[in-house]
Design a binder for this molecule. Structure first.
Ligand SMILES: *Cc1c(COP(=O)(O)O)cnc(C)c1O
Length: 336
């Protein structure tokens, strides 16, 4: 089976398992786990922030960030198809009493300064006020779109002009960095906080990181505890996370594989393939996505439905070029 459902399906190899076994640990709620402390320091440096917080999931990182930046009742400005709005169970409302205000970012899911100004709400006797702008890079639902440094900076500047802080959902920010050939800290430079996942393209079994200023992270640490994310000897899972940081450089391989996959699939009748910018390939299907995926599974290829006629295939650490060739063959057979 070639599993292209997500870059979260990777299994830790021997080096990560050995790192977990041999990790120095302590009680991280007391700040005494040296492996977690090392991971937080290296992760903060990787995105150019003063400090970072290890969290179990990207979802928790985003939700802790929203809670930390805002007061109850505020509005959060974010893209209509963003992960925080679409795929996190309405957590802004459920966990923090926040009201989302969505922006239609169009085909690429980008938010322009004019959108920020149009969506901004000034607090008064009737209106809650905008407490946060949340951006996403790469944009998952739009097909792993890598937003350019200049574009993300422009949106952030517009928010800052209104005294609104900016959070980056950078679950795949290292993929965006590779796509634009810049270090990740360039993309995070004007963000007040950034979350990234160790458990996606970087290949860790568990974990994400939320980074920002020292003051922000100190407050976020309390919200992590509140949301149930204070972990004890977490060095066991942080140690593979440290290894995962070393994988940022190899993401270009996933992007090349996604490119090959898209090229091979676009030759097939009945498919309309979006040209990938990173490791995600969106494919529009003539037949319903579910039926198409059932046929693919029968031929040994797994993807996920994204819309009634759209499926997502994702390349990652555990698929190589020959897997991609076999996947193309499998999809071809599925269409016959
Ligand atoms: C996967 C993802 C998340 C959440 O990560 P989990 O670890 O699955 O909770 C957040 N944002 C984006 C854009 C993602 O792709």
């Amino acid at each position: 089976m070639i599993d292209l459902r997500s870059d979260t399906v990777t299994r830790p190899g021997d080096a990560m398992r050995a790192a977990a076994r041999d990790a120095d640990v302590g009680d991280d709620v007391y700040g005494e786990d040296p492996t977690v402390n090392e991971l937080e320091a290296r992760a903060a440096a990787a995105v150019g922030k003063e400090a970072a917080l290890y969290v179990p999931t990207g979802t928790m990182g985003n939700q802790v960030a929203a809670r930390t930046h805002t007061d109850r009742g505020a509005e959060v400005l974010l893209e209509r198809e963003s992960h925080i709005y679409k795929w996190e169970l309405g957590g802004l409302a459920q966990l923090s009493g926040l009201q989302p205000r969505t922006i239609d970012g169009g085909e690429r899911g980008t938010i322009a300064p004019a959108d920020v100004h149009a969506g901004y709400v000034e607090e008064d006797a009737h209106r809650p006020g905008t407490g946060l702008l949340a951006l996403e890079n790469t944009h998952n639902s739009k097909g792993g779109i890598a937003v350019a440094p200049g574009d993300i900076d422009d949106a952030a500047r517009a928010a800052h002009d209104c005294d609104v802080p900016v959070h980056l959902d950078g679950a795949r920010v290292f993929n965006a960095a590779v796509a634009h050939d810049v270090p990740a800290n360039r993309l995070a430079r004007n963000m007040d906080s950034v979350m990234f996942c160790l458990s996606k393209g970087l290949g860790a079994p568990v974990g994400s990181v939320l980074a920002g200023s020292e003051g922000f992270v100190a407050r976020a640490r309390r919200h992590r505890k509140l949301f149930g994310g204070g972990m004890r000897q977490a060095g066991l899972i942080a140690a593979p996370g440290l290894r995962a940081l070393d994988n940022a450089g190899r993401l270009a391989t996933d992007h090349e594989n996604a490119h090959s996959l898209a090229a091979g699939l676009s030759d097939l009748d009945g498919l309309d393939v979006q040209s990938p910018e990173t490791n995600i390939v969106l494919v529009e299907t003539d037949e319903p996505a579910e039926a198409f995926l059932d046929a693919c599974e029968h031929e040994g290829v797994l993807g996920v439905p994204f819309d009634e006629h759209v499926v997502r295939f994702c390349t990652h650490l555990d698929v190589d070029r020959s897997d991609v060739e076999r996947a193309i063959g499998g999809v071809r057979a599925a269409l016959d």
